[in-house]
Write a protein that binds this ligand. Structure first.
Ligand code: GLP
Length: 262
């Protein structure tokens, strides 16, 4: 496995909402390299690992590295179980704008993940409340999430836990904020408007993962990172609640770290 220029250029240890490790890398490729290496080492140590997966622009290079490792025969995912964080309400897993379709395009269709171990929320379930409860049960039945990947929204959301989401929140239906609807519009391929509701793992569900990697790329994420890492730990910035977890690592590029105290 390659492990070349993926060393952080800097790590922050003070003035943070501890306990969190914050590593700042020269660029997004190095962040992706570090995250994918952590995934590969996890799977090597425990082939039947349970991964929590995220969508959005941020994880794309990570999934590209996973595809490449599979094709080089450096990694196999055939025993891995996955749980995705969230899905738009009303969209079937076949809809091109669903996160399920994104996961197929970016990762599942090109690797050896086994369909029976892939868990995706069904945005078009008849009863989203029951769907949410069944998802929580499935995570428990799988033994909990070993390694959870997270991105961060411009407003500090994690998954689709918008500001105001409580620390004890579980998988549930949520209403998306105007900020999120606007931020996510460019990623729609077939829809002209972002669905106004979603189903998401809750903050408590996320915090039960044994280890969390949260990734932020680009200057547009700098303010959310500042609030999450050096602001008040409160519900107005859901990512700030990660500070209550004992094993969280933040991986940022230089641009996303620009407002953090050095
Ligand atoms: C979405 C997802 C989040 C993701 C966030 C940031 O709203 N629900 O899980 O972290 O957007 O996405 P991006 O990586 O595209 O900035």
């Amino acid at each position: 496995m390659r492990n070349t220029a993926m060393k952080p250029v800097r790590s922050l240890e003070s003035k943070l909402n501890l306990p969190a490790n914050v590593h700042i890398f020269a660029n997004s490729q190095d962040v992706a390299g570090a995250v994918s290496n952590r995934i590969f080492s996890q799977i090597k140590r425990k082939p039947a690992s349970v991964l929590g997966l995220a969508t959005g622009e941020t994880p794309r290079p990570i999934y590209a590295a996973m595809r490449a490792a599979y094709h080089r025969q450096d990694a196999s995912f055939s025993h891995v179980t996955t749980f995705n964080l969230d899905e738009y309400a009303g969209l079937s897993n076949d809809h091109p704008d669903s996160f399920a379709a994104y996961m197929r395009r970016e990762l599942f269709a090109h690797t050896d993940f086994q369909a029976e171990r892939i868990n995706l929320l069904k945005g078009d379930a008849e009863n989203l409340h029951m769907e949410a409860g069944a998802y929580e049960n499935a995570i428990k039945a799988a033994g909990g999430i070993d390694l959870q990947l997270l991105g961060i929204g411009l407003n500090g959301h994690i998954g689709f836990n918008e500001p105001g989401s409580t620390a004890d929140s579980r998988t549930r239906t949520v209403r998306l904020s105007e900020a999120t609807l606007t931020a996510n519009l460019p990623s729609m391929t077939a829809l002209s408007a972002v669905p106004s509701q979603a189903i998401t793992m809750g903050i408590a569900s996320i915090l039960e993962a044994k280890e969390i990697l949260i990734i932020a790329i680009g200057s547009r994420k700098a303010r959310a990172c500042l609030r999450a890492l050096q602001g008040q730990q409160d519900l107005s910035c859901p990512a700030s609640l990660l500070a209550t977890h004992a094993n969280v690592t933040w991986l940022l590029d230089e641009d996303a770290s620009e407002f953090l105290d050095r």
